[in-house]
Ligand binder design. Structure first.
Ligand SMILES: *Cc1c(COP(=O)(O)O)cnc(C)c1O
Length: 352
């Protein structure tokens, strides 16, 4: 008999981010900054010293120390992944059993539900209300009623840009038996991190990434912070050499210069604020921009019934943003890029 793909994967499509050349890219929430020249020089020097014929350090010890230094976390409680995406996959596949319930709160980062599906879990995609905020008491109740094994969510949230206060997140962690996977990919842009207490709970994993505020999306490095038991399990189930030597080196060097990281993060916050301000103004003049959500991230989220049309017209002008069903998501670029985007958007809104 001829081999056939199993029904679970037969109809999946490869993930296709926007490909092609665009003048302005505000679609992937990356940092607009090029690599810092001082970092680049140090990286090139280190590259010459690497033992390419040897396997990398499976536990990324130097990198964990550097990460721990920057974020105030004990390196013993850190596991490194090939992007936090890989960690999400590992966590869902190993910490949830087939048929167990994995609870997500939509709209949120789509990979949680996707890996839950691949792991043959019962994925519950609870829906946020029209304000797109998380109702923590409702989540706690549903997680407990469904007997979910795991809750995954991003805070602040991609794509809504909204944040949940630390106190609410603590309440969730201490009110459920489920493992809470708290994705703080954007927490560099806000001040409600639980990282410093990440190892204090029995049921918490916090995820971080080098891809957003830290500006190294191409290097593919993410982190999981959890207590000793969970960290040991994570290190046991991941593939031994999941993070290559080059990426470990690149990421470690980044943390040598916390002042630059902090300055750039602040610039991204400032850029987002002015973008948000400008979009808020536009929404008063053009009601098609129905609602500009307050942001705790480096991007702005807008409710807009004509999202797809506006998205297409921007693409024609070589400006890339993200559109979801009825929403637009725009991450901050450089001041020049934001200006090009706003000018094009105004033109498009005028046409209507
Ligand atoms: C961008 C993003 C990540 C980062 O993924 P990497 O694999 O580390 O690049 C993780 N979680 C959320 C919610 C994101 O938006």
């Amino acid at each position: 008999m001829k081999y056939q793909l199993n029904p679970k994967i037969a109809n999946l499509e490869p993930y296709t981010p926007l490909v092609g050349e665009y003048k302005v890219r505000l679609d992937a929430n990356e940092s607009f900054y090029d690599a810092d020249p001082t970092w680049m020089k140090a990286f090139q020097t280190e590259l010459n010293k690497l033992d390419f014929q040897r396997y990398p350090d499976p536990y990324c010890q130097s990198l964990c120390k550097a990460f721990g230094g920057y974020y105030g976390v004990n390196p013993n409680y850190v596991t490194v992944g090939n992007g936090s995406d890989e960690l999400i996959s590992i966590i869902v596949n190993s910490f949830a059993l087939r048929g167990e319930t994995v609870y997500c709160i939509m709209p949120d980062f789509s990979m949680y539900a996707f890996y839950g599906y691949l792991a043959e879990c019962n994925v519950v995609e609870a829906q946020k209300g029209p304000d797109l905020r998380i109702d923590i008491d409702k989540v706690i109740e549903e997680v407990n009623v469904t007997g979910a094994a795991m809750v995954l969510f991003s805070n602040p949230c991609n794509p809504t840009s909204l944040g949940l206060k630390r106190e609410d997140v603590r309440k969730l962690i201490t009110s459920v038996e489920a493992l809470v996977v708290l994705d703080e990919a954007y927490m560099d842009f806000w001040d409600q991190s639980l990282l410093s207490e990440g190892a204090q709970y029995d049921n918490l994993i916090i995820l971080k990434t080098c891809s957003k505020a830290l500006g190294l999306a191409g290097v593919r490095v993410g982190f999981a912070v959890a207590n000793e038991t969970i960290t040991n399990a994570l290190r046991a189930v991941k593939s031994p050499y999941n993070v290559n030597t080059i990426s470990q080196t690149a990421a470690e060097l980044l943390f040598r210069d916390p002042a630059t990281l902090q300055k750039r993060t602040q610039d991204l916050i400032d850029g987002r604020k002015s973008l948000q301000e400008a979009l808020g103004q536009l929404s008063m003049k053009y009601p098609v921009l129905e609602q500009v959500f307050p942001s705790s991230t480096n991007f702005v989220f807008i409710r807009c019934a004509k999202a797809n049309e506006i998205y297409q017209k921007l693409l024609e002008r070589s400006i890339a943003i993200r559109q979801f069903n009825g929403y637009l998501r725009i991450c901050t670029g450089s001041p020049e890029e934001n200006e090009l985007f706003l000018t094009a958007l105004k033109e498009i809104l005028e046409e209507k």
